[in-house]
Design a protein around this ligand. Structure first.
Ligand SMILES: [Zn+2]
Length: 177
């Protein structure tokens, strides 16, 4: 199993796998650490953390933060909401990391459109909750294109098109209608 070396949750992971405390921890530090580890749980090869609202959220790796911040703040459907709302959207989407509020604050403050318009959207409501694809081939969009004038010899007038939202890989197949 992976050891997630270098990850912010390396110590937590190692403890959950083998009950191994971080090196050089004294008794007091071990007790504090034990409390910290409490809400975490490994499912498959993914770490989850139980929030005070009793919801398990996937712990993201550092390199995933910008992708999620972008998707839930500034990308289409993000809405450029303020710090609290953007952070809540991330939690509502099922993601967590220890510095989520701090990172959202820094991201919103540095967001160019938010600076240009003066401030982020004040509303605490958001109309859309996009599902953020974090890996290839997890989320597909499917549609028909047609009717096409130039039908094939089998009289196929439509193309069934599937697109992967992560890689933008496009798959097409002729369909007979
Ligand atoms: Zn913004």
């Amino acid at each position: 199993m992976e050891d997630h070396a270098g990850s912010w949750y390396e110590d937590v992971w190692r403890f959950l796998i083998g009950q191994e405390y971080p090196r050089l921890f004294n008794r007091e530090e071990k007790l504090v650490f034990l409390k910290k580890v409490g809400p975490f749980e490994i499912r498959g090869s993914t770490l989850y953390r139980l929030g005070i609202d009793e919801v398990y959220r996937r712990c993201l790796e550092r390199e995933e933060f910008p992708k999620v911040l972008k998707a839930l703040h500034s990308k289409m459907g993000g809405g450029h909401f303020g710090i609290q709302t953007t952070a809540k959207k991330i939690l509502a989407a099922g993601y967590w990391w220890p510095t989520v509020f701090r990172d959202v604050a820094a991201y919103v403050k540095a967001c160019d459109p938010c600076q240009r318009t003066g401030r982020p959207t004040a509303s605490t409501r958001w109309p859309l909750m996009p599902i953020v694809p974090l890996a290839p081939f997890k989320k597909w969009g499917i549609d028909f294109v047609g009717p096409i004038a130039l039908a094939t010899q089998w009289h196929q007038h439509y193309i069934l098109v599937a697109i992967d939202y992560f890689t933008w890989c496009l798959v097409g197949k002729c369909a007979m209608w």
